[in-house]
Write a protein that binds this ligand. Structure first.
Ligand SMILES: C[S@@+](CC[C@H](N)C(=O)[O-])C[C@H]1O[C@@H](n2cnc3c(N)ncnc32)[C@H](O)[C@@H]1O
Length: 213
């Protein structure tokens, strides 16, 4: 079954540019006071869907730039009427800046960001020091950033930025799990890359301080 047009999928799917530019009140947005986690660049939403089903006491917001892809992610939630997961389509940098209250998120998931392989395109990579600052802002104290990728040099850049960031502490790398079935991967890209035999680099970092400047 194809997902219906976006407007019909409200409240599972919203477009950031159609939303009021005021920070989201999570209790109003999700209808409860449960903790919130973000899946940035959620793609087709496998993680947002599986995590929200596995952890009904946590609210998940998937953020996806590409509207068609965001619709596919939202379709999974809409069909199952999942109460604790939503998708907003838009640029994560703007959404973090304008819609997410500082210190309001218990975890950020950032899986398989676009690698922009060509040297002249690398500036397009999402994870920069400004982006690390944005993530630090929205995380609550003790909140965790999870990031996985198959692109070794991108992982090294992310790790180095966070290693030197005064607000993060590097945690031990999570071990690889053996999937039980085809949906038992963290994300669609993890499934694709592991089936291709690629190494996956997994990291997690904890927010340990507020900004001082
Ligand atoms: C390689 S895919 C990975 C998707 C998913 N996380 C996974 O692991 O299967 C990267 C995703 O990030 C999205 N993306 C890229 N730039 C973005 C931005 N500025 N804001 C939100 N999403 C973005 C892309 O549209 C794409 O769906």
């Amino acid at each position: 079954m194809r997902a219906p047009p976006g407007e019909i999928m409200f409240p599972w799917l919203r477009r950031s540019h159609e939303m009021e530019v005021t920070p989201l009140d999570w209790a109003e947005f999700f209808g409860n006071d449960n903790p919130v986690e973000l899946d940035i660049g959620c793609g087709r939403g496998l993680y947002t869907w599986k995590a929200s089903e596995a952890n009904p006491e946590i609210n998940y917001l998937g953020i996806e730039l590409d509207y068609k892809t965001a619709r596919r992610a939202a379709g999974k939630l809409y069909k199952r009427e999942i109460p604790n997961a939503r998708i907003i389509s838009g640029d994560a940098r703007e959404i973090l800046d304008k819609l997410i209250v500082n210190g309001s998120v218990q975890a950020v998931h950032f899986y398989f960001p676009d690698p922009w392989w060509k040297r002249r395109h690398k500036w397009r990579r999402l994870f920069t020091d400004d982006f690390a600052d944005q993530i630090a802002e929205v995380l609550q104290m003790g909140g965790i950033l999870h990031s996985w990728t198959d692109v070794e040099d991108y992982f090294e850049v992310i790790s180095a930025l966070l290693e030197h960031h005064t607000q993060f502490e590097t945690l031990p790398r999570p071990a690889e799990q053996t999937p039980d079935h085809d949906f038992d991967y963290r994300t669609s890209f993890e499934r694709k890359k592991r089936k291709e035999g690629e190494t996956i680099y997994r990291g997690q970092w904890k927010k340990i301080a507020e900004r001082t400047t």
